[in-house]
Structures are given as structure tokens and as C-alpha cells.
Ligand binder design. Sequence first.
Ligand code: ATP
Length: 233
Amino acid sequence: MEDIEGKQKKPGSRLCSICTHKKAALKRPKTLEQICRECFFEVFEEEIHKVVVDNQLFKSGERIAIGASGGKDSTVLAYVLSELNRRHNYGLDLFLLSIDEGITGYRDDSLETVKRNEIEYGLPLKVLSYKDLYGWTMDEIVKMIGLKNNCTFCGVFRRQALDRGAALLKVDKVATGHNADDIAETVLLNILRGDIARLGRCTSIITGEDGPIPRCKPFKYTYEKEIVIYPLS
Ligand SMILES: Nc1ncnc2c1ncn2[C@@H]1O[C@H](COP(=O)(O)OP(=O)(O)OP(=O)(O)O)[C@@H](O)[C@H]1O
């Protein structure tokens, strides 16, 4: 940390700029404010609550599947949404929905994380595999077609698998862990590709309202760095 004259200050020697009585423990990536752990938790969670409310992401009584990959974004999303659902009485039935692409050494590890989340957060889990849905694992597909374009196949299959899983769970919406950095990346990609149609759509917080199941991104305004810090704080 640096003071106004640029001199190095010991971390924690400043007071939190929000509560003004605890020592600051971190510099918030989104606002550069120096704040304590407790205030970071609170502003992180309550900003997501504001996004949910302002954008009317959910309605009371809805069944919501959280696309759970076992990665940091969807793991934090599952925790925060279940907390906010309780704290603010959203009245939602939350589920974890995981797609097992059949990628040895990658998805099998992260599925273990999702199974732990099922127990820790008390959210029912549904796992659907490419093998069951399509008769092929991603490893088998790569053996057939090679590595070229395999991400395109996988992306299309996963999108459809999430829709199939959502239909099986009879949910009203799927929430994914896409964050502000992911969205910025997609904007740049669509500019470079000159894909004007996607460029217009890719920043929407709710998509697919005309398709089988709408999707929403409660982390649309959440910085990736803060999602990383949150479980460590
Ligand atoms: N196999 C999967 N099963 C269920 N949902 C998934 C799966 N893969 C991705 N998703 C959903 O799509 C979002 C974006 O996925 P992406 O592959 O870009 O990973 P990411 O940005 O690293 O997110 P995460 O840290 O949650 O893996 C995830 O946060 C999750 O909600």
C-alpha cells in the first residue's frame, strides 16, 4: 500500500474506508478502496444482491439451476446465491447442474468439487454426461477429429447439455458464473471477428428468453480478481 506521497505503508496500517474502525486488509480491485475483510464480504455479496434485484433476475417460487463446473466462478456463485436466497428471502429452489464432458484429468477432478459443494451448500446436484446424452465422451471425440475445432464442438454440446439438464430438472432459468472479465473478453472477440449480431447480444444479463430456457449472469458486474479473493478473505 502507498500513501498520498507514494511512501510504502505497511498493509493493515490504514483503517478501512467503509467502516472506518477496523484495519484495512486489502485494496479492492474494483474501486481501489482499502477495506477490511468483513466490509469486503458485505460489499461483494450486497452488490450481487443489487444486480439480482435491479435486473429482476429471479421471481419468487422459481426453480433455478446453477451451471456448476467446479471452477471458482460457479463455486462462488453457488455459495453466494444460496446465502442471498436465505438472507433476502428470494424464495428460490436452487439446484446444481453439472455437465461431464468426459475429459480425463480435467472434468473428473472438478466434479469432485461440485459433489463437495452439494453437501456443503445443501443444494441438490444433477450430473449429465456427454456419454449418456450423445454416446461419446469428449476424449473419444478428440480421438476421432483431433484437437482442431474440438473447443467449438465441446461448446455447442455443453450448451445443449445444459438445456437438456435444465429441462430434466424442470427449472425456470440457468444461472452461470460468467463474470465481467469473461464478458469483456467476449466483446473483444466479437469485435475482432466482426460479429455484429453477437456483439449486440453478448453483454445482456439475461439471454435465451426466446429459447428453451433463459440464462442469466449474476456476476456480470463482478471482477474476476474479486471472485478469486472472496473465498481467500
Ligand atoms: N461443465 C459444466 N457444467 C455446468 N456448467 C458449466 C460447465 N462449464 C461451464 N459452465 C458454466 O458456464 C460458466 C462459464 O464457463 P467457463 O468455461 O467460461 O469457465 P470459467 O469462466 O472458468 O468459470 P468457472 O470458474 O465456473 O469454471 C461457468 O461459470 C458455469 O456456470
